[in-house]
Ligand binder design. Structure first.
Ligand code: ARG
Length: 435
């Protein structure tokens, strides 16, 4: 059996049991926080040196040591040790191994509670910004194809039943709006993460040492120093905001994916997805499956789940830090990875899709202009309820609007005189998209 290290020194007579070590460790996933954790540690070490809490010499040594560790981590040359529990302990112990005594001074006036809250906030702000880039890419793809097929007609649906004519670019502009709201939400999530610095809150009640919390907050780009140390070691609102923004963004992607799945079926045939984003069937030779869209739709399950997961973890936690909070990271990492990957795959799907405008236009049934006829009647003095009924009766009596000429319309109802151009889908869209 492997001899286990005694991690906690002092009063601990026994090493942690193997299963407990395995159960409590987080380094296998929280090592992703390393660049942010080290940024926080460097700011903290500099502050300790500037305030004279430790010597300048030790502070410089620590900063240099941390930089070499970060560079090794980035090169994949750092060996993580699960028996050291988390990334914080791994980095600190390696620092002391490298620079000796000075390394033991880094944790002065600090706890892993404020340390992890700081690193996680920096990670969340950075992740929000990376997601915004991915959304911008998708918007560019939407803009590109919208321009390419601008003004091309297609049916629009409510209840997935033909409703009124629209155009390809108007359809996509709905998604564009959703994505712009997503960007605003991720901007808010980033601002919330950077709103206040937990560093200096210690385990929960700060420190009796003369820490300069303002220095570390500014150095790390936080708006201000947190007001309540008790709150700031246990607050994960910023992570929840990011998870919510991610869940809603993934839902938007999923709806776009669903439209593309439906519109690319043989039955609809409005859209052709590029071969690079479809996959074949191992059995049916003719198949081209919209897997990218399906997986984007399917992955909404886990992204929504991640939000619910952290909400549930936090519900009922007593003040202040509890180890439960270690469970905050994996849902966030998973959501961030998933939305970025889904957005990138969907950008490719949108960028490379072809719109079959003939097919889409020919799918517009003339009855889709029924509302236009009713509105013509309204413009000629008929109350809307009566106009609705008049046109409904016409359509349900089996009049074939596609065969109608101008004179027929007038015969059907005298007020329909001059309404012939209302049967044009182009005209319908033109009159409706006046802004
Ligand atoms: N790995 C821990 C976490 O992610 C770090 C904080 C540990 N704090 C403690 N008091 N045990 O939450």
């Amino acid at each position: 059996m492997k001899t286990r290290k005694k991690l906690w020194g002092g009063g601990y007579g026994k090493a942690t049991a193997g299963i407990v070590e395995q159960f409590t460790q987080s380094v296998s996933f929280d090592k992703r926080l390393a660049p942010f954790d080290i940024r926080g540690s460097i700011a903290h070490a500099e502050m300790l040196g500037r305030t004279g809490i430790i010597s300048r010499k030790d502070s410089d040594k620590i900063v240099r040591g941390l930089k070499t560790i970060l560079s090794d981590i980035e090169k994949g040359k750092f060996t993580w040790d699960e028996s050291l529990e988390d990334l914080h302990m791994n980095i600190e112990s390696e620092l002391t191994r490298r620079i000796g005594e000075a390394g033991k001074r880094l944790h002065t006036g600090r706890s892993r509670n404020d340390q992890v809250a700081t690193a996680f906030r920096l990670y969340c702000a950075d992740a929000s910004r990376r997601i915004i880039y991915a959304i911008r890419d998708l918007i560019s793809a939407i803009d590109k194809v919208s321009k390419q097929y601008k003004g091309k007609l297609m049916p629009a649906y409510t209840h997935l039943q033909q409703a009124q004519p629209t155009t390809f670019d108007l359809w996509l502009s709905a998604y564009r709006e959703m994505l712009l709201r997503d960007i605003a939400r991720f901007e808010d999530a980033a601002s919330l993460a950077m709103a206040s610095s937990p560093l200096g809150s210690g385990a929960l009640m700060g420190s009796s040492l003369p820490l300069d919390r303002k220095y570390t907050a500014e150095k790390l780009g936080f708006e201000k120093v947190s007001v309540s140390t008790l709150d700031s070691v246990s607050d994960r609102d910023f992570a929840l905001e990011l998870l919510f923004a991610s869940a809603l963004f993934q839902i938007h992607l999923s709806r776009l994916a669903e439209d593309l799945i439906v519109y690319s079926t043989k039955e609809f045939g409005f859209v052709k997805l590029d071969d690079s984003v479809t996959t074949g069937s191992s059995l049916m030779p003719q198949k081209k499956n919209p897997d990218v869209c399906e997986l984007t739709r399917g992955k909404s399950g886990r992204v929504i789940g991640n939000l619910v997961s952290l909400l549930t973890t936090i519900k009922g936690l007593p003040m202040t830090y509890n180890r439960d909070l270690q469970e905050d990271k994996e849902p966030v990492f998973d959501s961030v990875d998933t939305v970025i990957l889904s957005a990138s795959a969907m950008s490719l799907a949108v960028n490379t899709m072809k719109f079959n405008s003939e097919r889409a236009e020919s799918a517009i049934d003339p009855s889709m202009m029924a509302t236009d006829l009713a509105e013509h009647l309204v413009e000629h003095g008929m109350p809307f309820r009566e106009a609705h009924e008049t046109v409904a009766r016409l359509i349900h009596s089996g009049v074939n609007l596609s065969k109608c000429v101008a004179a027929d319309l007038e015969e059907l109802h005298p007020l329909l005189k001059g309404a012939f151009n209302r049967l044009s889908p182009h005209e319908s869209v033109r009159r409706r998209s006046k802004r």
